[in-house]
Ligand binder design. Structure first.
Ligand SMILES: C[S@@+](CC[C@H](N)C(=O)[O-])C[C@H]1O[C@@H](n2cnc3c(N)ncnc32)[C@H](O)[C@@H]1O
Length: 873
């Protein structure tokens, strides 16, 4: 089962994500630099030119790059050649098994026992290769490295079975392709199922997926962890990739937001959800600001750690890229620390090798936090992961000039090259008078500081160049980790782990207690509104990134509140958002009518969506429909149902999809509504029910069918519309998609099916073929599919690819080791299936629609469309 359930997600994000521009020739074995002593990407270029004369080779060299990193002593001189050799070699593929998948153990066994052995024996293009192997540092053999290029996988017949396996499991969400080093940061975050986690720059979501797996680990089927993940990204389109990616997880514990991470708004939580031990002395229950147990700051960076995957970076690389990002990276890190609980852990990570984006950012955050945080020594964690300590000294390069200390930076460059970039972090004022008289003064005296036309020029002869001794940081930056490509044949990565020891100084805790007799939601709204007013009392933060002073939590919050209602920003966002998202129903967001209500400095509590172009998040409270759903499926009273349902459509009569949210997500959403919707929510909730729109669907007693994604969660809590099928009948359903009541191998099954109410039903694979009485406890291993009980038959409501995957999995299960169908019955069934119609097997286009109320092709397309990235509806 893909993710925690079975999602129809198409893996479009892989197609949309950055193309791997390495196209290795057929016989090229450059994947492992150790195996390819003479082979470089330039060889690759040659072969590619031969095949495609119009193709321009890409450079895998950049003298600026070499000069920069040699000077920064990123690796020792002796290692340099090996280091760059690896950088010029394509990155081997890596993938992770989704540990929340129902079949993750089977998939792991298949890799360990079947493919490792069968592929090992293969001789690819005349070369012995290490085919696949688990990444030794990743727990439980859940992450794998493959030495095959895509080309090899596609073209080599002996690899066909492995290729098919990867494609299918990828498609159904059981495995995720992800760069090996990108898997590392979440492993150091130590996420527990009860944690509130903020992923500040989350798209396209590979790490969010890992975080969700950690939240859901050990969760019993039908139950939910108390933790949640808020995954944020500034880029709307990348947010959509993230939504797509995480949909495979089938989780109700995720909120996807679309904000600038450095201005991420405050969220709130009912105080009674906080541990008593976390309440301060005398604090009353009420509403408090949500602080996170874990924060992941995987910030935007220059990305030169991904050179092996994206060699176009060679051409674009220059030292200014890193300098330009430093300020933003510090701001995002500071916001992360602000939102982190005392006692919590935050990871700062980049896929850049540049110390200005790494150690310098970490050092600046440490300095600004003045002892409220510490760098954690994680040298004993994941011992098999080879990493190097962070640098203690580095230099800053600007416009071709090296600076070893901030005092040397000319005045007119000080808005670009900031004190925080240097190891000591000393500001200009902190340097001695004597220091002030150095190069800068000379430059001013020589009149070369400015060209007068706004273009700044540096007289290179007048400033220090090479061979100056760099400052050395006194901070314990050796606790940071730098992963370099040639240590274990990966990309490069940088990771630092912070621990929050105490609140930041000048912290104004934003907690509001409910006055004793004010308990209504109106009162709460009033309180939150007041809090917002208090917060927005015009405190500013320096957004240049070169802030010398300390930013207090209060300041940062105030800034958020100011920015949060910038109408221009809203307009821009709405344009982008509406282009890339499909609205469920063409309902105008209420905001399009009432946009004027959102005025600068004045926040009005709105019932409907505030963010233009983004469907509002609304609690679904239509008791008539909800009661009918509960009655139809026999949903147990013990299951927290009412109050946990949301939609993205203001018109209750046209709601197509109903989403389920977990307890704390519910809390955050309720308070977000009350507070005037600070959070711009792109996606939230697990799609649990979908309106059945076919002719027969509308005549069924319940208009809403259970969606594949929601099935694993709701299954243990429903008592009606369930059928237990023998292995053979279950398999036939997957194969033929529609089976008449009279055609089931077990007649009792057909009879029971005919007695169900017309409409959606669930068919559970019964492991014990002899006892199909039902009433068995649904456990973690239950294999179930959503079906439609039509007038004369049962039809499967699962995509063709999911059916195929389930069939593959079942073939490995003992339960399916039943006698094959007799030939004639098989062909008979086949014929009948052909005469009727498959539900979602798009490959059988010649099949016509059955009279039953299952989905036809256009509905299926609609469904697939519905599962594309969008604001959910
Ligand atoms: C390194 S990527 C994140 C990769 C992601 N963590 C993953 O594992 O899939 C950095 C992300 O930051 C986003 N970004 C850039 N500037 C941002 C900002 N100011 N606030 C939030 N996100 C930002 C980019 O859109 C990009 O998706």
């Amino acid at each position: 089962m893909g993710g925690r359930g079975r999602s129809r997600t198409q893996r479009k994000h892989f197609r949309q994500s950055r193309e791997n521009v390495w196209k290795r020739p057929k016989s090229d074995d450059t994947q492992n630099p150790e195996n390819s002593s003479n082979s470089t990407p330039d060889d690759t270029n040659d072969s590619r030119v031969n095949r495609d004369p119009g193709w321009q080779p890409f450079a895998t060299q950049n003298t600026g790059f070499d000069e920069y990193y040699k000077e920064q002593e990123i690796v020792s001189q002796e290692e340099w050649d090996t280091f760059v050799k690896y950088l010029r070699t394509p990155l081997p593929a890596a993938f992770r098994i989704n540990s929340s998948s129902q079949f993750y153990r089977d998939i792991r066994l298949q890799l360990e026992n079947d493919f490792t052995i069968s592929l090992q024996a293969e001789d690819i293009d005349g070369c012995e290769v290490v085919a696949i192997k688990p990444l030794p540092w990743y727990p439980n053999n859940l992450a794998w490295h493959s030495n095959f290029s895509r080309n090899q996988l596609r073209k080599n017949q002996t690899l066909e079975r492995f290729h098919e396996f990867l494609k299918l499991e990828n498609e159904t969400g059981n495995i995720t392709r992800q760069e090996a080093v990108s898997m590392v940061p979440p492993l150091f975050l130590d996420v527990q199922p009860h944690h509130f986690v903020l992923d500040m720059c989350a798209a396209p979501g590979s790490k969010t997926f890992q975080l969700l797996e950690m939240i859901h680990q050990m969760t019993e089927p039908g139950t939910l962890p108390s933790g949640m993940v808020i995954a944020n990204d500034l880029d709307v389109q990348r947010c959509n990739l993230l939504i797509h990616q995480t949909k495979r997880m089938c989780t109700s514990n995720l909120i996807v937001t679309n904000h600038e991470a450095q201005h991420f708004p405050s969220c709130h939580l009912h105080r009674n959800h906080i541990n008593n031990s976390e309440l301060g002395n005398g604090e009353e229950p009420g509403i408090t600001q949500l602080q996170f147990d874990r924060v992941l700051c995987d910030v935007p960076c220059s990305g030169d750690g991904t050179l092996r995957k994206a060699p176009d970076i060679w051409r674009k690389w220059n030292a200014g890229n890193g300098n330009g990002l430093h300020g933003l990276q510090v701001q995002i890190g500071m916001r992360g620390i602000t939102l982190l609980k005392v006692g919590g852990r935050m990871i700062y990570s980049t896929c850049s090798m540049n110390p200005i984006e790494n150690e310098a950012v970490v050092a600046e955050i440490l300095r600004r936090c003045e002892g409220s945080i510490e760098l954690v020594d994680v040298s004993s964690e994941l011992p098999q992961l080879i990493r190097r300590p962070g640098l203690k000294k580095w230099k800053v390069r600007d416009k071709g000039v090296w600076f070893t200390s901030y005092k040397d930076v000319p005045k007119y460059r000080r808005s670009v090259v900031t004190s925080g970039m240097f190891p000591s972090g000393k500001t200009y004022e902190e340097t001695s008078e004597h220091d002030h008289e150095t190069v800068t003064t000379e430059l001013v005296e020589n009149g070369k500081e400015s060209t007068g036309n706004g273009l700044q020029m540096i007289d290179v002869s007048m400033v220090p160049t090479q061979c100056l001794e760099a400052e050395v940081s006194t901070l314990p930056l050796e606790r940071c980790m730098r992963i370099v490509p040639h240590d274990q044949n990966t990309g490069a990565f940088f990771i630092a782990v912070f621990h929050k020891l105490s609140p930041l100084s000048v912290t104004q805790k934003k907690t509001v207690s409910l006055p004793k007799k004010m308990n209504s939601s109106n009162a709460q709204a009033e309180i939150l509104k007041n809090e917002v007013k208090e917060d927005s009392d015009g405190v500013e933060i320096d957004s240049t990134g070169g802030t010398e002073g300390q930013l207090s939590e209060a300041n940062i919050d105030a800034d958020i509140l100011d920015n949060g209602i910038d109408e221009d920003a809203l307009d821009t966002d709405s344009n982008i958002m509406s282009k890339v998202t499909e609205k469920e129903e063409a309902q105008p967001s209420p905001d399009t009518k009432t946009g004027a209500e959102v005025t600068r400095g004045k926040r009005k509590l709105q019932i409907q969506g505030k963010w233009r172009g983004v469907d509002p998040v609304l609690f679904y409270r239509d008791d008539t429909v909800i009661d009918r759903i509960m009655e139809f499926y026999g949903i147990k009273e013990s299951f927290p149902f009412k109050g946990h349902l949301i939609t993205r459509n203001i018109d209750n009569n046209h709601v197509k999809r109903i989403y389920y949210i977990s307890k704390y997500v519910k809390d955050v959403l309720e308070l977000n509504l009350l507070a005037g919707q600070h959070l711009k929510i792109a996606s939230v909730g697990l799609k649990m029910f979908e309106r059945q729109t076919s002719k027969e669907g509308t005549t069924a007693p319940c208009l809403f069918r259970i969606s594949s994604e929601g099935l694993p969660l709701i299954l243990p809590h429903i008592t009606k519309q369930i059928l237990y099928a023998s292995a053979v009948d279950f398999k036939h359903l997957l194969q033929y998609k529609i089976i008449k009541f009279s055609d089931f191998v077990n007649p009792e099954f057909g009879e029971k099916a005919s007695k169900l109410m017309l409409g959606c039903c669930v068919v559970v694979l019964h492991r014990d073929d002899k006892d199909l009485s039902g009433d068995e406890q649904v456990d973690a291993s239950a294999v179930a599919i959503g079906c439609w009980r039509g007038r004369t038959n049962v039809a499967v409501m699962v995509t063709a690819i999911d059916c195929q995957e389930l069939l593959e999995r079942l073939s490995a299960l003992k339960a399916t080791e039943t006698a094959p169908m007799q030939d004639n019955s098989s062909s008979q069934l086949q014929l009948k299936a052909t005469e009727t119609a498959p539900v979602q097997d798009n490959s059988s286009s010649q099949l016509k629609a059955d009279e039953i109320g299952h989905k036809n092709d256009s509905e299926i397309k609609e469904d697939i469309k519905a599962s594309t990235p969008e604001t959910l509806g």
